[in-house]
Design a protein around this ligand. Structure first.
Ligand code: 6R9
Length: 648
């Protein structure tokens, strides 16, 4: 990591919404008068009944987090209705399809109408406040309509990324007992079709066996493919909307009523349903979207994430729409039909604010400068990044080649659990250091601690905790509050543990160093080692497995699996391929192991705990310094693993 710092480009700084002095004033106020500060921030959203309470929370067991608890609102009024007078004809969503030229726009008036009609269809099918609705969709406007339609009627959406397998989808349907699923006939990405309806049908079957029967599948027609149909259960959205009206009363919701569940991977077990509520989440989404992107009324904003991840929730849908922004939804991939695609789209729609993940930047950097310089990119004024630490080479390329040194790079550290950006070099307020999240967002109090929980001061490296609550914080793990407390508040009692490591330099700048738990960050997506191990373990040839991350040029981290197979089975390349196929089936392509090493044994302590630290070093080709191996039950296992590594 380099500590070189870059001043904010002068032309940008001259027009920035915040000055360095503003940052300091607002930050200090947000800490010294938290309730006063967040009472003001609450005015960013439209309330049916304005809250009189601000924050009330305890990080000590029993953990309870509430913000604006006596406020009543419907988030869609902030995202839609209130814009109708002044911004009715302003473009809300620019849809850019997978194929260049396939583009549509929706004004705020049109979006309001689409969402209301969609919501009426949901109501017609009996959906109501508190019901959980699963959304398994491609990146098309209907995905946003579906989320907002759920919010309109007070239903809780659970968006499942379209790349997940039927098994993974079924697990999420069952966990939150969701009997209504919204999907599409097919998705299209990079010229390839994704069989969403086929997968959703399979998931319904699996869920039914586990006791949850999906009663309605609402299907959006994207490609017109011929698909199987179960009369009674399946309905086409375009058929169902024929008989509904254009208006739909927004359901009054308490600020602390759930808005959505989003499943995310952790160190242990199956993915957790991270639950966010209406009031605090929307305030946080609107506030951070405004500050992080130096938002101006005429900006065209593009977050190139997928609505299947939290970045898509907060920074494609809720934040931008709450702020009345024009937001781009992109169906495709960065390299289709060629590596100019991102920048071509920026030119076509005159995008001014662009937000993506380091993995996309690295993949494009590999294609050289040519595809970039073939485009203008003059409309760009700010470039953001999220999902994983950005390496200095990718940062330099983003800054110099993409943004031609004109655009600040805004590296946003946050998590599904935090709801929105938490550690960010707010544009115009601070010099940028490649790879550093730099300083906390308003109201955020980070600290570094050692393994024993001692606070580390000054220049230090340790585990990153957050000492106090913020409105966008997750409230619970759906259906399992004990797991919520255990996961986030038991390691350092009284504090929220992020699962990330960080260091602080002499200027007080914070650098996120990556996960310190058993979560792998593959192309900016979280994958739990336990999940991949459980998928591998369900293959009949596998006796035992251990999965770790290893450094990967494009993905940031790749998945490395050590697999012990049962006696009598041959360790062949064919078996390797079959194991990869099996994991893809169980979870989805994002969980595919990049490396599989057959091993006759795994390094374990005498109490039987796998020593992942050693496995991580071997996977990273760092045999020299394996650290303390004296607690191993059988040290010879390590030699065998190193020998096995060498022949890969
Ligand atoms: C928003 C999102 C969260 C994990 C997080 C951390 C990593 C995200 C980062 C970053 C370094 C950044 N992470 N942003 N690491 N710099 N700017 O990505 O949420 O999918 O829940 O992942 O991603 O390790 O703990 P999520």
């Amino acid at each position: 990591m380099t500590d070189t710092s870059y001043p904010v480009p002068a032309a940008f700084a001259a027009k920035a919404n915040l000055t360095p002095a503003d940052y300091k004033t607002l930050y200090d106020r947000s800490i010294s008068d938290r309730d006063g500060f967040f009472a003001e921030q609450a005015k960013r959203v439209q309330w049916m009944t304005a809250p009189t309470h601000v924050g009330s929370w305890s990080f000590d067991s029993p953990v309870k987090i509430e913000w604006y608890k006596d406020g009543v609102l419907n988030v869609t009024e902030s995202c839609l209705d209130r814009h109708l007078d002044a911004r009715g004809d302003k473009v809300a969503i620019i849809f850019e399809g997978d194929e260049p030229g396939d583009s549509t726009t929706y004004t705020y008036t049109e979006l309001h109408r689409e969402v209301c009609r969609f919501a009426n269809v949901l109501r017609d099918r009996g959906a109501k406040k508190g019901d959980r609705i699963t959304i398994y969709m491609p990146m098309i406007p209907e995905a946003a309509f579906a989320m907002l339609a759920c919010a309109r009627i007070g239903a809780v959406h659970s968006v499942v990324f379209g790349g997940f397998s039927p098994d993974a989808l079924a697990g999420r349907i069952v966990d939150c007992d969701s009997t209504l699923v919204i999907t599409a006939d097919e998705g299209v990405r990079g010229g390839r079709k994704v069989p969403l309806k086929v997968n959703a049908d399979a998931a319904c079957e699996i869920a039914a066996k586990a006791g949850v029967t999906v009663k309605t599948q609402l299907v959006v027609q994207r490609t017109g493919a011929t698909i199987a149909w179960q009369t009674g259960r399946d309905i086409w959205l375009h058929e169902a909307t024929k008989t509904v009206v254009d208006d739909c009363d927004p359901e009054p919701m308490s600020a602390e009523d759930p808005l959505f569940i989003l499943y995310t991977s952790g160190s242990t077990g199956q993915p957790k349903g991270v639950l966010h509520t209406c009031g605090g989440y929307l305030v946080w989404a609107a506030m951070t979207h405004d500050y992080v992107f130096d938002l101006k009324e005429d900006d065209v904003y593009w977050c190139a994430a997928d609505v299947g991840w939290v970045t898509g929730h907060t920074y494609i849908v809720y934040g931008p729409l709450a702020n009345g922004t024009t937001t781009v939804m992109f169906e495709g991939v960065p390299t289709y039909p060629d590596a100019s695609r991102f920048w071509q789209v920026c030119d076509d729609h005159q995008v001014s604010l662009f937000y993506t993940a380091p993995t996309a930047i690295r993949a494009l950097m590999r294609e050289g400068d040519g595809p970039v310089t073939a485009t203008s990119r003059k409309s760009l004024r700010l470039l953001g990044t999220v999902g994983e630490p950005i390496n200095p080479e990718a940062w330099d390329w983003y800054f110099n080649v993409i943004g031609e040194t004109r655009c600040p790079i805004i590296d946003t550290w946050w998590q599904t659990e935090t709801g929105g950006a938490m550690i960010v070099p707010l544009p115009g307020t601070v010099d940028m250091k490649p790879g550093a999240g730099t300083f906390p967002m308003f109201g955020v109090e980070p600290a570094l601690v050692d393994a024993e929980g001692q606070t580390l001061h000054g220049t230090a490296e340790g585990n990153l905790i957050l000492k106090t609550s913020w409105p966008g914080q997750m409230r619970t793990v759906y259906g399992d509050h004990a797991r919520f407390e255990q996961t986030y508040f038991s390691t350092y009692p009284g504090n929220y543990f992020t699962g990330d490591g960080a260091r602080r330099d002499a200027d007080g700048t914070i650098w996120i160093t990556g996960r310190v738990d058993d979560v792998i960050n593959v192309s900016g997506h979280r994958m739990g080692t336990a999940e991949v191990e459980s998928a591998l373990g369900s293959h009949p040839a596998v006796a035992e497995s251990a999965v770790v991350g290893f450094p990967h040029d494009i993905k940031g981290q790749g998945i490395y699996a050590y697999v012990t197979i049962i006696a009598g089975v041959d360790a062949t390349d064919e078996l390797r391929r079959d194991l990869v196929k099996h994991v893809r089936k169980e979870i989805g392509p994002i969980a595919s192991p990049d490396m599989i090493q057959f091993s006759s044994g795994l390094p374990k302590t005498r109490s039987g705990k796998i020593m992942r630290r050693i496995l991580r070093k071997i996977a990273a080709n760092e045999y020299g310094n394996l650290g303390d191996t004296s607690t191993l039950a059988d040290p010879s296992v390590v030699e065998a693993l190193i020998d096995g590594r060498a022949i890969l």
